[in-house]
Design a protein around this ligand. Structure first.
Ligand SMILES: NC(=O)C1=CN([C@@H]2O[C@H](COP(=O)(O)OP(=O)(O)OC[C@H]3O[C@@H](n4cnc5c(N)ncnc54)[C@H](OP(=O)(O)O)[C@@H]3O)[C@@H](O)[C@H]2O)C=CC1
Ligand SMILES: O=C(CO)COP(=O)(O)O
Length: 380
């Protein structure tokens, strides 16, 4: 008698990294991610809009404009034409400032074959629409799985191979649940894994992205109060209450609370609020010291996402009925020109609230106008 194979459940397939990844945006973070991909054994095609930067990357093995002093590994190739970067690639990362994500995703759609996974690595919310970055990319890239890479990752440290961890999030469809090894999240996480870069996988895009957008605004607040001369108590209060604002917004938009306590939430919030390496913290610090905006960073243009996103974050919070008083304070100072000292004094003098918010208790207290005035003077 001849034995027939018994049909059974298909075995999960092993995970395989992407061999070739296009990195669209040759700034500091795009270069650091391309270096990580190349170190993990993938071919990293790094596209930038400025041919001089690309020439430097290929000739000097260094991005002298955005990441000077960091040697770039083999396997990383600077590419001048976006079409060439995307042609035959297995996946793409979009790594430009949030305000440019829509226009860049539109260009990517011209050259990326349908089905190619695209991860957005910018941190922000679109000003005009209130959409998260992956929602913007999804509008421009129909037919592509769209995800996000986010976490506590200063570009220079990542590029210098310091131990670093981040989250890669894509939606998991039914086939991804049966075969997670073939899902874009797992494959991209593998493609980024090196001896020093550790990637976690998630399916909560909203939770991950809200963390990245809100932490920058809170970091500006921390910088402002540090620059004004206050210290650790103040910063810890802002980080903790900032985390609460992040959590409320993420949940209101359908994200998960536990994502906010992960790398892309509290991880990135702590990093960004703790170090002058952060451009957001640093802007806040200079403003807190009284430096006029035009003179911050010695007048050089610097990407400060929290400054660009304070309004989009608070507008979105209004729309979904979430109270975000710290983000609101930053927004009023940056965008409406409110006085920094008076705004923070008013923030501190708000009615007594419950922690957790779910107790839903609010009590007025007799903070006199004089007390608020006193604190405002100490801050200014
Ligand atoms: N730096 C970091 O540590 C990290 C940054 N991020 C996020 O990454 C995103 C990018 O920031 P980052 O790399 O730091 O910024 P950088 O200022 O270092 O680089 C920005 C890059 O984007 C390019 N760019 C801007 N607009 C366009 C456009 N319309 N088309 C094509 N290219 C464009 C710039 O080109 P050009 O040089 O020609 O102006 C530059 O190469 C931000 O959202 C940031 O929050 C996330 C994690 C870590
Ligand atoms: O997002 C970052 C680290 O995770 C970079 O922070 P800054 O943009 O404030 O420098």
């Amino acid at each position: 008698m001849k034995l027939q194979p018994i049909p059974g459940p298909s075995l999960p397939q092993p995970a395989r990294r992407y061999d070739t990844v296009a990195v669209i945006g040759a700034g500091s973070w795009g270069t650091a991610l391309a270096a990580t991909l190349a170190r993990s054994g993938a071919t990293a095609r790094l596209w930038g809009r400025d041919p001089a930067v690309i020439t430097d990357i290929n000739r000097q093995r260094e991005n002298t404009r955005h990441l000077p002093g960091v040697p770039l590994p083999e396997g990383l190739f600077g590419i001048k034409e976006m079409r060439d970067a995307l042609d035959g690639a297995d996946a793409a990362l979009i790594v430009v400032p949030s305000r440019s994500v829509r226009s860049v995703a539109r260009q990517v759609a011209l050259f990326a074959p349908k089905g190619m996974p695209v991860a957005v690595c910018a941190k922000g919310i679109e000003a005009e629409t209130g959409l998260l970055m992956t929602q913007v990319a999804e509008e421009e890239l129909p037919g592509h799985p769209v995800g996000v890479v986010s976490g506590p990752t200063f570009a220079r440290e990542t590029a210098l191979n310091h131990p670093t961890a981040a989250t890669v999030a894509f939606a998991f469809g039914p086939s991804d649940r049966i075969n997670p090894g073939t899902s874009p999240a797992v494959r991209l996480a593998l493609s980024l894994t090196t001896e020093s870069f550790r990637a976690y996988v998630s399916d909560d895009l909203v939770g991950v992205e809200v963390g990245g957008a809100v932490k920058n605004v809170i970091a500006i607040a921390c910088g402002m109060m540090t620059g004004a001369g206050f210290a650790e108590n103040t910063r810890a209060a802002l980080i903790t209450r900032g985390l609460d604002e992040m959590k409320q917004l993420a949940e209101a938009l359908g994200g998960r609370r536990e994502t906010v306590t992960g790398l892309s939430g509290i991880g990135d919030l702590t990093l960004t609020c703790s170090s002058p390496t952060s451009r957001n913290m640093s802007l806040g610090f200079q403003l807190g010291e009284g430096v006029p905006r035009a003179d911050c960073f010695d007048g050089k243009p610097v990407v400060v996402e929290g400054e660009m996103n304070a309004k989009s974050v608070t507008d979105l919070a209004h729309r979904v009925g979430v109270s975000m008083p710290i983000c609101e304070a930053v927004q009023t100072i940056l965008r409406d020109g409110a006085d920094l000292g008076a705004t923070f004094a008013a923030l501190w003098a708000r009615p007594i609230e419950s922690e957790p918010r779910s107790m839903d208790l609010v009590f007025d207290h007799p903070a006199s106008a004089q007390a608020i005035q006193n604190l405002a003077e100490r801050i200014s």
